[in-house]
Design a protein around this ligand. Sequence first.
Ligand SMILES: Cc1cc2nc3c(=O)[nH]c(=O)nc-3n(C[C@H](O)[C@H](O)[C@H](O)COP(=O)(O)OP(=O)(O)OC[C@H]3O[C@@H](n4cnc5c(N)ncnc54)[C@H](O)[C@@H]3O)c2cc1C
Length: 472
Amino acid sequence: MTADSSDVLIAELRAGLPDEAVVTDPDRLASYRQDMATFCPAGTPAVGVLARETAHVQHALRVASRLGVPVVPQGGRTGLSGGANAVDGCVVLSLEKMDRIIEIDPANRIAVVEPGVVNAVLSRAVAEVGLFYPPDPSSWEISTIGGNLATNAGGLCCVKYGVTTDFVRGLEVVLADGEVLRTGRRTAKGVAGYDLTRLFVGSEGTLGVITQATLALRPASQEPRTVAALFPTLAAAGDAVARVVASGLVPSLLEFMDQRSLRAANAYRNMGLPEHAAAMLIAQSDAHSDQAGADIAAIAAVFSGAGGFDVVEAENAAEGDLLLAARRDSHFALEALGSRLTDDVCVPLSLLADFVQRVEKVAADVGLTVAVVGHAGDGNLHPNVMFDADDADQVRRAQHAFDEIMRIGLEMGGTVTGEHGVGLLKREWLARELGPVSLRVHHELKRLFDPQGILNPGKVLATEIADAPPRP
Ligand SMILES: Cc1cc2nc3c(=O)[nH]c(=O)nc-3n(C[C@H](O)[C@H](O)[C@H](O)COP(=O)(O)OP(=O)(O)OC[C@H]3O[C@@H](n4cnc5c(N)ncnc54)[C@H](O)[C@@H]3O)c2cc1C
């Protein structure tokens, strides 16, 4: 983009937006360049728009469409796949300031929110009226509902309750040309028309900009009971997870931390976690009345039967919260140890033990440490390949290990991303996972919603609109 065309863009944006909504200061703009992914290039934006209402988003998109300028929607920029990274000369369109909870309707168990509402803020607000919004990514204190919707985020409670898409009734979306599309409904049921709501959920800002969401809520659950157990091998922990699920038990959370991530948690916050086992599993039950105690006892028995030791129930909710804090913090605890590449593979539960063993072998083959944490109850693990970013050979080996882990995941009938999305990081792997027909349909949908290719270009699909394969 030339200086002249950048001036025209900024002038046209200013013509329809309040002064404080347009950011041009290079230092401020720099903070909008990228999300929290590693290994993903980030360009330099021409301008930032901090939208406060839907009309601001419409204006930004109308201008961008007219001038053919790329637009990168952003929420909390906590993404782990480069989906929110700027491209050169783009408008970064931040939805963070659209952070109003418009309505909480207990009678119909729904909430209507703007996209910039932080997940934990919504969760606490609905808890005050005895309701529960289950999707709870570990980043819930820093990520937004808009980002959660756009990535179809998962979380810790998803093993029992499902992921973001299971709690969305309807959306307001601004399309590439600035038109407002309303999808879905407020009612508990409704099958009118194609399910456009789910099409936008997980579309990573490539099909439209979400400006409002109607979310389903549940009655508040009981304060959970927690059990943790140590395992002598990763495979034994993987086997325990498969046994819990196969036994028909329904924990509200079933999380995995390996020895390296336990050590990292201790180094990060002196948590006092045990370090003498290959892995730890943490399970919770939030079932009502005596059922939670019975569930936890049954899960403890399954853990022991699978070779678990030091199987301990948390004495109270605070102790359970502490264990979960260690798990939620693992991203930052591992980051404190150096560079890493985070995989997000989800495999069939019955193959979890095999998967962790194969990850161990990959680590041995490349001679690097791979620290594994994850939402084990969903079969969704995050192997973190640790490396020295200043050592070219280690960087190469880390990239190889990262790719190898995705290859193994696909070979096992899994997916290359259980929750973090494709962004820039996994575009080539998405193409492999989808196959040619599904990939072509993806391109056709992209072309339909974004004919000029201005919405978050280069994300999810590796090929630009103009170069996409035509229909045979
Ligand atoms: C410590 C840590 C823990 C994490 N734990 C989890 C976890 O447990 N589960 C999980 O799923 N993820 C997790 N993540 C990843 C990340 O938090 C999620 O992907 C989250 O949903 C991103 O939300 P965000 O508001 O930060 O969005 P951003 O990172 O800003 O954007 C993410 C994507 O959504 C698009 N987007 C954002 N807002 C909109 C909008 N309004 N309309 C259209 N597109 C939009 C962006 O263009 C981008 O493609 C974690 C990240 C960190 C740093």
